[in-house]
Design a binder for this molecule. Structure first.
Ligand code: SAH
Length: 341
């Protein structure tokens, strides 16, 4: 079966016309697909015979909302979404001043093994298709009735470990005839797969790259992120500098504040040396505790001291504002609770 919503417009034209249908039918079908229809029967201006043909040859990836938590504080909505094969992922809708933002997953599970992260505890189940990443957005657009202006690839999964599907998704979601979301309104977060960052630099896609750094030295990073044994801190920072030089896009470093592991003053000093003269942004994230984790979030005092030290050294730094505090469960917890039931 053909995964029709993953087709680019050109691929769809090729598919439709090679079945002796005119090009304008492809245009109509593409438009329906990117309005987020969940059944071929919803394509109102398409002849019955063509709809039957599509049903016989194609699948339509959809995401069904199986659980939803709505914050009473700020309207943040956290979703558990189920795909056609029964696998689930999480996605989050957030209202910011700069526009509505959706955080989507790129894989079912993850194989990166970061010790503080709930999404990786059961390993990788499978990659998501481009159509399934789109389906996450359509499910949320239908549920909220709102427009989406920003996307962050920060849900479950390592986007660069599902490289081809993620790149295809980015091009589809950016398409003027589709959701038309600007590349500059999309952030891709990675734990630091250097060879893939190098590839991304050549794609001519001006997305914002967020790099999950979390520690300034190999000794500390090795302990919490297994990927560091493949690409150490020095290689990672050099790769980031090359990315910046190639794209002129400022990199954002995510830095989780873990008590005694990543938040010491010595580590603030090491980080300042590491990022000296590199135009970038550091985002400090207070650790979200996960149920079986032994790691402890940093105190507010430690976070403030760390932040002030970096600022004194001229580094742009923010502390992540937590939305949806009343529905908060650390990243990946909603799905894990669901699987374990
Ligand atoms: N695989 C990608 C994107 C998914 S995780 C990456 O590693 O960047 C999105 C962000 O949440 C990452 O910065 C990740 O390190 C962080 N994160 C995961 N678990 C967390 C936790 N328990 N507390 C705080 N941040 C966490």
């Amino acid at each position: 079966m053909i995964d029709i919503r993953s087709f680019s417009y050109e691929e769809l034209v090729e598919f439709i016309t090679s079945n002796n249908e005119p090009t304008f039918r492809a245009k109509q079908i593409y438009s329906w697909l990117h309005k987020g229809i969940s059944s071929f029967d919803d394509m109102k201006n398409i002849p019955k015979s063509l709809i039957s043909f599509l049903k016989e040859t194609c699948t339509l990836s959809c995401a069904e909302c199986v659980k939803r938590q709505v914050s009473k504080l700020d309207g943040t909505r956290k979703y558990l979404l189920k795909f056609n094969d029964g696998n689930c992922v999480e996605a989050v809708f957030m209202k910011y001043n700069h526009g509505n933002t959706v955080c989507i997953s790129t894989q079912v599970g993850c194989r990166m093994g970061c010790v503080f992260c709930a999404s990786t505890k059961n390993g990788l189940i499978r990659n998501l298709l481009p159509s399934e990443m789109l389906a996450e957005l359509f499910a949320i657009i239908h549920d909220t009735g709102e427009k989406i202006s920003n996307i962050v690839l920060m849900g479950t999964g390592e986007p660069l470990d599902n490289y081809d599907n993620v790149i295809k998704f980015l091009r589809l979601v950016n398409d003027e005839e589709g959701l038309n979301i600007g590349m500059r309104h999309i952030s891709l977060s990675t734990c630091g797969l250097c060879d893939k960052i190098e590839r991304l630099a050549k794609e001519n896609l001006p997305v914002t790259l967020s790099v999950s750094l979390h520690a300034p030295t190999d000794s500390a990073r090795d302990l919490i992120m297994p990927i560091n044994r493949a690409y150490g801190v020095r290689r990672l920072i050099n790769t980031c500098k090359n990315y910046f030089n190639a794209t002129s896009r400022r990199i954002s470093f995510e830095y989780t504040m873990i008590d005694g592991q990543t938040d010491t003053l010595q580590q603030a000093k090491d980080l300042a040396v590491l990022l000296k003269d590199f135009p970038c942004h550091v985002n400090l994230i207070p650790l979200n505790k996960i149920s079986e984790g032994v790691l402890v979030p940093s105190s507010n005092q430690a976070i403030t001291a760390f932040k002030e030290y970096l600022e004194k050294k001229g580094i742009t730094v923010t502390v992540r504002r937590s939305l949806g505090a009343d529905i908060d469960a650390a990243c990946g917890q909603l799905r894990r609770n669901y699987i374990s039931k």
